[in-house]
Design a protein around this ligand. Structure first.
Ligand SMILES: CC(C)(COP(=O)(O)OP(=O)(O)OC[C@H]1O[C@@H](n2cnc3c(N)ncnc32)[C@H](O)[C@@H]1OP(=O)(O)O)[C@@H](O)C(=O)NCCC(=O)NCCS
Length: 401
C-alpha cells in the first residue's frame, strides 16, 4: 500500500529479455531421424526449426541469461530483485530449485527464489504470482522467467512428439508502480481430466527412475496429440477472453496477443475464436517450435524488440499446457520497447556462470540421436565457467564439456 495515496501498487512489466541456444535442428535434420517430412511438419504445426541447448548449457544457464537481460532492460541491478519465479517443466535437478541456481548466477543476494510447475502455462502462472506479490506490497521487483530444455526429454523414435519441442528462455521484470497501466486482468484454469494427455511418467514418486523405467522409455514426454489439440483450441480463446474482459476491455482493444507457440493451427483457431485477423497474433513457432514455459516470454520479448508493441498498447499473453492448464494475462505496456534490444546486447552469455559442485560430473547430457548434429561445427557459445570465485577449481579435464 502506498502510504501517500492509500492505494495498492500496480504491477508493471519494466524489463524483458530472451535467450535461445545457437544450435538449430531443422525439419530436414528430423527427416534423417524419424519417418517424417518437412511438408507434414510445416503444414500440421507451422514449425520449420527449433533450438537445441549445447552440452554446457542447462535450464538454469539459459534462464540466467534471459533474466539478466530483462534486468538490464529494466535498468535496475540484479540486487534490486526481491523474488525470482522460474517456470519450467525441465528443471536442472529435482532439488534444489532451478530458481535458486539462477539467483546465484545473476549475482543476487536477497531474493527469495522458487520454481513454478504449470507446464506450458507456467510463465503466465508465474506472472500472475508476481502480480500478487507486487500488488500486495510483498515484493517491489520480481524476476519472472520461463525456461526449458525439452530436447533432453524427447523420444527421438516418436514422430508425434520429437518434432514439436525446442529449448530456450524468456524473462520479464515485474515492478511495483503507482502509475496507471501494468497488469489489468488475469485468468487461470486447471482441468485435471486431461492430466495424462501430456505427461512424463517416470522419475517422480509414482515411478522412481530405474533401469526398468528407462527400458520402458518412461523418462520421455508422452502426448495424446489430438486430445491436446482439441483442449487447446477450446480453451485458449475462452481463457484470453476472460482475462481481457477482467481488464475491462474487448479483444478489439488488444493491440497484440502473445499466444503460447505450440502449433500455428492452434494460434489460427485462437484468432478465429476472438474474431481477429492473424496480424494481431504474435507468431514465432516457425523458428523455435514449442518451448513450453519459455514460449510466451520469448515471443513477448521478440514482439517488443521488433516494434510490434508501443507504449500504451494493451497486450494479452495466453497459454495452455499439461495439467491441463491454461492462463492469460492482459497488460498495458508502459515502457519504451526500444530498451529491450540494448538489454539483450548488454549480456554476453559466455559471462554468465552457473555453479556446479566440484566433486560431481554429469554424464554427457546430449541425446544420442542429436549427437551427430551437435558435433557439427556451428556458432556455439563458449562453455560457461562453472566454478565460482573462492571455490577450488575443477581439474582441467573435467571442466571440458
Ligand atoms: C501433434 C499434432 C501436430 C499431430 O497433428 P494431427 O493433425 O493431429 O495428426 P494426427 O496425430 O491425427 O496424425 C495424422 C497422421 O499423421 C501421422 N503423423 C504423426 N506425426 C507425424 C510426423 N511427425 N510426420 C509424418 N506423419 C506423422 C500419424 O501417424 C497419422 O497417420 P495415419 O493417419 O496413417 O494414422 C497435433 O495433434 C497437435 O499439434 N496437437 C497438440 C500438441 C501440442 O500442442 N502439444 C503441446 C501442448 S503445450
Amino acid at each position: 500500500m502506498n502510504a501517500e495515496t492509500g492505494r495498492a501498487p500496480r504491477a508493471h512489466v519494466t524489463g524483458w529479455g530472451r535467450y535461445v541456444p545457437d544450435h538449430i535442428l531443422t525439419n530436414a535434420d528430423l527427416e534423417t531421424m524419424v519417418d517424417t517430412n518437412d511438408e507434414w511438419i510445416v503444414t500440421r504445426t507451422g514449425i520449420r526449426e527449433r533450438r537445441v541447448a549445447a552440452a554446457h548449457e542447462t535450464t538454469a544457464s539459459m534462464a540466467a541469461v534471459a533474466g539478466l537481460r530483462a534486468i538490464r532492460t529494466a535498468g535496475i541491478d540484479p540486487e534490486d530483485i526481491d523474488l525470482i519465479l522460474l517456470a519450467t517443466l525441465t528443471p536442472d535437478y529435482w532439488m534444489p530449485s532451478t530458481a535458486a541456481l539462477v539467483k546465484e548466477a545473476i549475482g543476487n543476494q536477497k531474493a527469495a527464489a522458487m520454481d513454478v510447475a504449470a507446464a506450458c502455462s507456467g510463465f503466465v502462472y508465474a506472472f500472475a504470482t508476481a502480480q500478487a506479490y507486487v500488488t500486495s506490497g510483498l515484493a517491489k521487483h520480481v524476476l519472472v522467467i520461463g525456461a526449458e530444455l525439452l530436447t533432453r526429454f524427447l523420444d527421438y523414435t516418436d514422430r508425434g512428439t520429437c518434432i514439436l519441442f525446442g529449448d530456450g528462455a524468456g524473462a520479464v521484470v515485474v515492478s511495483a508502480s503507482d502509475e496507471p497501466g501494468g497488469s489489468l486482468g488475469i485468468e487461470m484454469t486447471t482441468e485435471p481430466q486431461g492430466a495424462y494427455m501430456i505427461w512424463l511418467p517416470a522419475g517422480g514418486a509414482k515411478a522412481p527412475p530405474s533401469s526398468e523405467t528407462i527400458r520402458r522409455g518412461e523418462h520421455y514426454i508422452r502426448m495424446e496429440g489430438r486430445e491436446t489439440y482439441r483442449f487447446a483450441t477450446k480453451t485458449m480463446a475462452t481463457t484470453a477472453l476472460e482475462s481481457v474482459s477482467r481488464a475491462g476491455l474487448t479483444p478489439d482493444d488488444i493491440a497484440l496477443f502473445i499466444p503460447h507457440q505450440a502449433n500455428i493451427r492452434i494460434i489460427e483457431a485462437v484468432a478465429k475464436g476472438l474474431d481477429l485477423p492473424m496480424d494481431r497474433m504474435m507468431v514465432n513457432v516457425d523458428k523455435y517450435g514449442n518451448t513450453s514455459a519459455a514460449s510466451v516470454p520469448i515471443a513477448l520479448a521478440e514482439a517488443a524488440n521488433s516494434g510490434r508493441i508501443a507504449v500504451g498498447d494493451a497486450i494479452c499473453m495466453v497459454a495452455f499446457g499439461a495439467g491441463f492448464t491454461s492462463g492469460a494475462a492482459t497488460i498495458r505496456w508502459t515502457v519504451d520497447p526500444a530498451r529491450g534490444i540494448a538489454g539483450d546486447a548488454a549480456v554476453d552469455p559466455s559471462t554468465v556462470h552457473v555453479r556446479l559442485p566440484v566433486d560431481w560430473d554429469a554424464v554427457d547430457p546430449i541425446p544420442a540421436a542429436l549427437a551427430e548434429m551437435m558435433a557439427r561445427p556451428g556458432p556455439v557459445n563458449p562453455p560457461l565457467d562453472d566454478v565460482v570465485p573462492d571455490e577450488p577449481a575443477r581439474p582441467a579435464t573435467e571442466v571440458q564439456a
